[in-house]
Design a protein. Structure first.
Length: 109
C-alpha cells in the first residue's frame, strides 16, 4: 500500500528554448511524491507541471511555460516518446521510470 512518502523517479527534459527557464539544464532526474499531497490522488502530469514550476523553475517568466495552469499552447509534451494527447494529457498518472519531454515549438523572429 503506497503512502504520501512514496516517490516516483522521472526523467524530465526541456528543449526548444524551455531549458533556459530551468537553469539552462535540459535533462533533470527528479523524484516526486507518488500522490498529490493536497488531493491524495496519484501524481499525474498536471501535478508534475505544478511541481516543476514550484520546485525546479528558477526563471520568473512562468508564462513562457504555463498558461492558466497547463502548458501553454505551442509546447509539445511527450510521455515516453508519445504525444501526451494519446496518453490522456494532464490526467496521465505518472509511473517510475517515465520520461517526460517538453518541447517549445515557438520561436521569436
Amino acid at each position: 500500500m503506497s503512502n504520501l512518502t512514496d516517490t516516483i523517479d522521472l526523467q524530465v527534459e526541456f528543449t526548444g528554448g524551455l531549458e533556459m527557464l530551468f537553469s539552462d539544464q535540459r535533462k533533470h532526474h527528479i523524484s516526486l511524491p507518488s500522490k498529490d499531497p493536497e488531493s491524495g490522488h496519484p501524481s499525474n502530469v498536471a501535478f508534475l507541471i505544478h511541481w516543476l514550476c514550484e520546485n525546479l523553475m528558477k526563471d520568473p517568466r512562468r508564462d513562457m511555460f504555463v498558461l492558466e495552469g497547463s502548458v501553454r499552447p505551442g509546447v509539445l509534451v511527450l510521455i515516453n516518446d508519445a504525444d501526451w494527447e494519446l496518453e490522456g494529457e494532464e490526467k496521465y498518472e505518472l509511473q517510475s521510470g517515465d520520461e517526460i519531454v517538453f518541447v517549445s515549438t515557438l520561436h521569436g523572429g
